[in-house]
Design a protein around this ligand. Structure first.
Ligand code: 3PG
Length: 389
């Protein structure tokens, strides 16, 4: 892949695809990690003397119509503050953009353009015609084959990988391709059905696979225990059994909780009780791992060479069920292992426990992070590779 850092951009028109798809509530950005992660790339392009056009999607708007709720206006304001220069938002831009070297503009939500999601060739060619150099820096959207992430790469005069995209790919390669061993992965979250491919791919690579949250429940059931009223997909018990058998055949361990925190209901003020995992009753919901399990997992994390973390192991939004996730987070922070964390809920936990500086690499990807861990080729990365270095 050609790298933006190796290019002379002086006087060039540079179109940079970022993933500035941040959560916005009532016009307020509630997590700006993706914006701050894009800043070094934008600064570098400006320092190199480029005329910079930034494109991103926001949410999933209807194509062909503008709406304030889907506008990147709040993002433009925040970019202006962080860069210390005015970043105008350009509403209509597909047929041409006025920008001079040393200036930067943000182009309105590219998913409002008809043909964006379908990776329409005519639209991709129009994007390509706006620039001398196209830079793909949106790791978080690299799993989408759309006109601004994929099609444009085929037609731009020059197409390169941006510093953020390349850093993400380098960190993931360091974690998965040739990791310091033992490699430990934590895969947690609510639904096992969304993470089956991930589990199957990781079992091949890891020494230990910690499953947590709703994803642990079919494994607990497969081991013969009752999971009561817990969030749980019964038809996946057989799948969990197969994954556990595959793991065993490969010498990988899937440690299961020895104790859990249960409650009669999913609520912040529900009474929390610690129980051995074999004593979960019909009226219990498992909402966290117990203290003994958390201590065991923390030991495994401390002894690992590499840790890949996706998903909180309990309902950490509720204090009574947060201790397991907090213990795991602190163990990752204290471990000497190279660690990589990704996914929206995971980043919320990283923020909550203030461990961002102690994690080796924090990915800006949600779906893209998962697809990479599943072993899939990301279409935008494949397109850059096809253009050569
Ligand atoms: C994300 O938030 O995972 C990316 O920005 C991609 O968004 P999408 O799922 O709407 O394509």
């Amino acid at each position: 892949i050609l790298r933006m850092t190796d290019l002379d951009l002086a006087g060039k028109r540079v179109l940079i695809r970022q993933d500035l798809n941040v959560p916005i509530e009532n016009g307020r950005i509630t997590s700006e990690q993706r914006i701050t992660a894009s800043i070094p790339t934008l600064k570098l392009a400006l320092e190199k003397g480029a005329a910079v056009m930034v494109t991103s999607h926001l949410g999933r708007p209807k194509e062909g119509q503008w709406s304030e709720a889907d506008s990147l206006a709040p993002v433009a304001r925040r970019l202006s503050e962080l860069l210390g220069v005015e970043v105008p938002l350009v509403r209509d831009w597909v047929d041409g953009v006025e920008v001079r070297p040393g200036q930067i503009v943000l182009l309105e939500n590219c998913r409002m353009n008809v043909g964006e999601k379908a990776d329409d060739e005519a639209l991709a060619r129009k994007y390509a015609a706006l620039c001398d150099v196209f830079v793909m820096d949106a790791f978080g959207t690299a799993h989408r084959a759309q006109a601004s992430t994929h099609g444009v790469i085929r037609f731009a005069p020059v197409a390169a990988g941006g510093p953020l995209l390349m850093a993400e790919l380098d960190a993931l390669a360091r974690a998965l391709d040739n990791p310091a061993r033992p490699l430990l992965a934590i895969v947690a979250g609510s639904k096992v059905s969304t993470k089956l491919e991930l589990l199957t791919n990781l079992v091949d690579k890891v020494a230990q696979l910690i499953v947590g949250g709703g994803i642990a429940n079919p494994f607990i059931a497969a081991a013969g225990h009752d999971v009561g009223k817990s969030l749980y997909e019964p038809d996946l018990v057989e799948t969990a059994k197969k994954i556990a058998a595959d793991a065993q055949a490969r010498g990988a361990r899937i440690p299961l909780p020895v104790d859990v925190v249960v409650a009669p209901a999913f609520a912040a003020d529900a009474p929390a009780t610690v129980k051995p995992v074999d004593q979960v009753g019909a009226g219990d919901m498992i909402l966290d791992i117990g203290p003994q399990t958390a201590a065991q997992y923390a030991e495994l994390i401390k002894a690992a060479g590499t840790v890949v973390w996706n998903g909180p192991v309990g309902v950490f939004e509720f204090d009574a069920f947060a201790r397991g996730t907090e213990t795991v987070a602190r163990a990752i922070a204290e471990s000497r292992a190279f660690s990589i964390a990704g996914g929206g809920d995971t980043l919320a936990a990283v923020d909550k426990y203030g461990i961002a500086d102690d994690v080796g690499y924090i990915s800006t990807g949600g779906g893209a992070f998962l697809e990479f861990l599943e072993g899939k080729t990301l279409p935008a990365v494949a397109a850059l590779e096809a253009r050569g270095a």
